[in-house]
Design a protein around this ligand. Structure first.
Ligand code: ATP
Ligand code: MG
Length: 883
């Protein structure tokens, strides 16, 4: 029977018994206490704990599982894998032992047709109820029933919480699988009595003192290993030879050119490669990436271990992509996510293999040298320095060195290694301080990072998250708590708050603790991977160790992400309108507005700006999907993702795609569809340096507000002009026309007035100031300086005089003006000097140009004297010839 059929018949069997078919959950569990999903019950934990009420009381699943606790056993036992599929049926306060036990038996014997005489069952030593059901209801003879102790048959999730006895169904594979020890029986570690199925009867709640209290609702949680059952049904020697794994195993053998079964050592390596290939393919498929921490580290270890065993088998070229392919072929039917992500998985796995191959090459060489050295000296323990060098300089994980040593029959000086690691950490710390940071605070940041690791950013998925306060920093001190009124930096183990980066400002929001509340006013990264929430405690207090509800100001974040996606769209539109040279040079993404700097050689004209804005709005209105994913830098480059010039990127990068319109490397937060942006309006364009332009724009509500304000303005304008908005241009044009006419009319009238004055009506006196040159002087009251000047000019022209002087009293002040003809100015006479000399008589001063100057003073009575002085001064200067 093929694995696929087993899977389907199991799920059908329980669906027929009222179970809801639930999909396998991701290998990344929704549970901070667990790195990887390792059993079917993981996704149901909240139901078992009573935290959430399920919509159904019976469920059945086929769950993908990874168990790294079994990693050392892989290849050495017949039954252990790091990746396996667990079939399960679950009861949440519904049926219990009387149903679960007979059903399990019925499935194995009737549905699967297992040989009854080979089946054994174990129960917890105190569980008489289960024992009786096996014996009396199912009819298992007592010699095939075993009572086992706590380690084997009592299950719990931890020191407290739900727990209960369990009961296992085992299959006797025959003596040849056994260890041969005289006391080999059910419960033995060897492969003879193969544990197929574990039925857990969750019936107690254990309190802090370790006392057991019966649960009001009893639960069932069972786990049946698909590969183990398949190995029995297919009559093969181990998990690796079952149909799904065999294809993978034979692929390794093919690639190595070594037949499976050739020898113990090569078989173990093949099994390890086959198993690990399944594990890392599924892990990357679920979004885990190689790193030095947590599940990323487990993944890295699995990939590297597979590479090393591949090399041991003699495979010299890059081969893991081919392993991914065979896993996708064999498992892609049941797990379509593998097919969907296969290109991505291959690119990640290939990159990690290539990197590690480099490492391995230099590291193994060094290791072999060190071992030869050691052997010559007759030593058996590889010194800490060697282990450290392998780790620190050559990138060998400790486990790898340990494994290599074990293969050589040598031990490691792990204590020496740890000491060197610690020293190195101290050195690094000292170095960081010397880089000129404010030592103390920097030290705290470093401490926080060292002790609690990087802050996990959950803000791509959520705007509210539960998180633990790992540290509080006030001024330059770490503090255990902060109370109302205090300002602190809060460090969390995970956070939905986006720390300012890549032009996008930091989030604001609130932290709600069990006994207090703080307002987050800004979020920053004092160090890479470390997020600091600048907060002010508003109520009560916050303390280290507390769990808080971290809630981002949603409205603000939504506005920010609209602006952020808009910058990507603007970038696209600019390149389309202006050409490929228009590249992003910087940006600022705030909630109220966005700013986008780019390279271009000239100001944008109105038409270009309008085309850019129109194109951007077309993208918005078409409501394109926006998606983000992580990939290798090389892959991103190969698909032409736009990278910021001069930025340094990690091996893994995040790509943000607006449909097939734009693709950029970006860590920011974005809308899900462009339609959310609503509207984009360009509010400014300016130059900010050589060949560098800046566009300012608004989106969403701000853009609406902008247009709303414009509209209001128009309406007010139309109201005050008493027309419809549509008719404003007409009306304004008519008004301008009218103003022009009136101005012309006014000018004419004024000129007429002045002309009348100049022509008569006032008494003029004419004095010869030089032979043939006359100066005309007269007085007219009530003229302002402007009119005074006009009148002087006009008189000069109309009378053909050499100079004109006019006196006036206006607004109770005495003024006078002097105008000189061009020839007089050329002779060196200066109107400013003349007017100043005359203004002395009226107790004032004056100024202007050499041909026209105005003076003024408060002494009105002095005016006649001033006029005389004017004529005198002109004559004197001309006479003396040094005018
Ligand atoms: P074992 O003692 O053989 O390691 P277990 O007690 O760890 O098994 P459970 O935790 O009860 O197993 O898991 C339920 C079922 O899942 C097991 O009965 C077995 O069929 C299967 N299973 C557990 N671990 C593995 C593994 N490493 N590889 C393959 N199947 C496994
Ligand atoms: Mg186990």
């Amino acid at each position: 029977m093929r694995s696929e059929e087993i899977r389907e018949r199991f799920l059908r069997f329980f669906q027929d018994r009222g179970h809801r078919l639930v999909k396998s959950s991701s290998l990344i569990p929704d549970d901070p206490t667990l790195l990887l999903t390792n059993a079917g019950m993981v996704q149901f934990k909240p139901y078992f704990l009573g935290a959430v009420k399920p919509e159904f009381t019976r469920a059945t699943t086929c769950q993908k599982c990874v168990r790294t606790t079994d990693i050392e056993k892989v290849g050495y036992t017949a039954r252990h894998l790091t990746f396996f599929e667990m079939l399960g049926n679950f009861s949440f306060g519904d049926y219990y032992k009387k149903e679960a036990i007979p059903w399990a038996w019925q499935f194995l014997t009737e549905e699967m047709g297992l040989d009854v005489s080979r089946l054994y069952c174990s129960v917890y030593e105190e569980d008489d109820e289960a024992y009786a059901i096996w014996r009396d209801v199912v009819g298992v003879p007592e010699e095939r029933l075993a009572r086992l102790g706590k380690e084997d048959n009592f299950w719990d999730m931890g020191t407290t919480g739900p727990c209960g006895p369990c009961s296992e169904i085992l299959y006797d594979q025959g003596e040849e699988y056994g260890c041969g020890r005289p006391d080999c029986r059910v419960g033995c570690d060897c492969d003879r009595y193969l544990e197929l199925w574990n039925l857990v009867f969750m019936q107690f709640d254990r309190d802090e003192r370790g006392e057991l209290h019966p649960l009001p609702n009893k639960n069932i949680d069972t786990g049946l290993g698909l590969e183990r059952l398949a190995s029995v049904l297919q009559g093969v020697a181990n998990n690796f030879e079952t149909d799904t794994l065999a294809a993978v195993l034979y692929r390794v053998a093919d690639l190595a050119g070594v037949p499976y079964g050739k020898g113990e050592e090569s078989d173990v390596s093949m099994k390890i490669v086959a198993d690990h290939s399944r594990a890392f393919t599924f892990m990357v498929g679920d979004g885990i990436l190689p790193s030095n921490e947590d599940r990323g580290y487990i993944l890295r270890r699995l990939i590297r271990r597979a590479v090393r065993h591949g090399r041991l088998l003699g495979i010299t070229r890059t081969f893991l992509p081919s392993m991914v392919e065979v896993v996708v072929e064999t498992m892609g039917g049941a797990y379509p996510e593998l097919k969907q992500n296969s290109t991505f998985i291959i690119s990640i796995v290939r990159a990690e293999e290539e990197r590690f191959t480099q490492t391995l090459r230099s590291g193994l060489f060094y290791f072999e040298e060190a071992v030869r050295d050691l052997r010559e000296k007759g030593g058996e323990v590889i010194p800490g320095e060697v282990v450290f060098h392998l780790h620190d300089t050559l990138g060998f994980p400790l486990e790898l060195t340990r494994e290599l040593a074990r293969e050589k029959g040598l031990a490691l000086d792990e204590e020496g290694f740890s000491r060197l690691m610690e020293e190195q950490r101290n050195r690094a710390r000292a170095a960081r301080i010397q880089e000129g940071y404010t030592a103390q605070v920097q030290e705290i940041y470093t401490e926080v990072l060292d002790n609690f690791g990087e802050t996990r950013f959950t803000g791509y998925q959520t705007m509210a998250d539960k998180a633990r306060i790992v540290a509080l920093v006030k001024g330059s001190h770490a503090v255990p708590e902060a109370s109302a009124g205090e300002e602190v930096e809060v460090f969390l183990d995970r956070t939905p708050f986006y720390g300012e980066m890549g032009g996008q400002v930091g989030d604001t929001g609130v932290l709600i603790g069990p006994s207090g509340e703080a307002e987050v006013v800004d979020t920053q990264h004092p160090m890479r991977d470390l997020t600091s929430h600048r907060a002010r405690v508003k109520k009560g207090r916050l303390a280290v160790g507390e769990t808080v509800e971290a809630v981002v100001d949603r409205e603000r974040r939504l506005a920010i992400r609209r602006n952020h996606t808009a910058t990507h769209i603007l970038h696209y539109a600019l390149r389309r309108v202006l050409g490929e040279h228009a590249k992003q040079a910087g940006s600022l993404v705030e909630p109220q507005r966005l700013r986008f700097d780019f390279t271009h050689f000239a100001p944008l004209d109105a038409d270009e700006l309008r085309r850019v804005e129109e194109m951007a709005n077309a993208v918005i209105i078409e409501d394109h999907p926006v998606r983000a994913y992580i990939t290798t830098y090389d892959y991103a480059v190969s698909i032409d993702a736009v990278a910021l010039f001069g930025e340094k990127y990690e091996d893994y990068v995040r790509v943000v795609e607006v449909d097939d319109i734009s693709r950029e490397l970006c860590g920011g937060t974005h809308v899900e569809r462009t339609g959310e942006i609503g509207l984009l309006v360009i509010t400014g364009e300016s130059g900010i340096g050589a060949n560098m332009r800046r566009i300012e724009a608004l989106t969403g509500k701000e853009a609406y507000r902008f247009y709303r304000a414009r509209q209001d303005l128009l309406e007010r304008l139309a109201g005050s002009l008493r027309v419809e908005v549509d008719r404003l241009p007409d009306r304004v044009e008519r008004l301008r026309q009218r103003v022009k006419e009136l101005e012309a009319e006014l000018k004419k009238r004024e000129s007429r007035e002045v002309a009348a004055l100049a022509e008569g009506g006032v008494e003029l006196s004419e004095t010869e100031i030089a032979p043939g040159t006359v100066m005309i002087t007269f007085r007219v009251d009530g003229l302002d300086p402007q009119k005074l000047r006009e009148l002087a000019e006009r008189t000069l022209l109309q009378r053909g005089a050499g100079a004109v002087g006019i006196a006036t009293v206006c607004d109770d002040k005495a003024n006078l003006v002097v105008a000189l003809s061009r020839p007089l100015v050329e002779m060196g006479l200066d109107a400013v000097e003349l007017v100043r000399a005359a203004a002395r008589e009226i107790g004032g001063g004056g100024g202007g140009r050499p041909d026209m100057a105005v003076g003024g003073g408060s002494n009105k009575e002095g005016l006649p004297g001033a006029m005389r002085a004017l004529v005198e001064e002109a004559r004197k200067r001309l006479e003396s010839g040094h005018a």
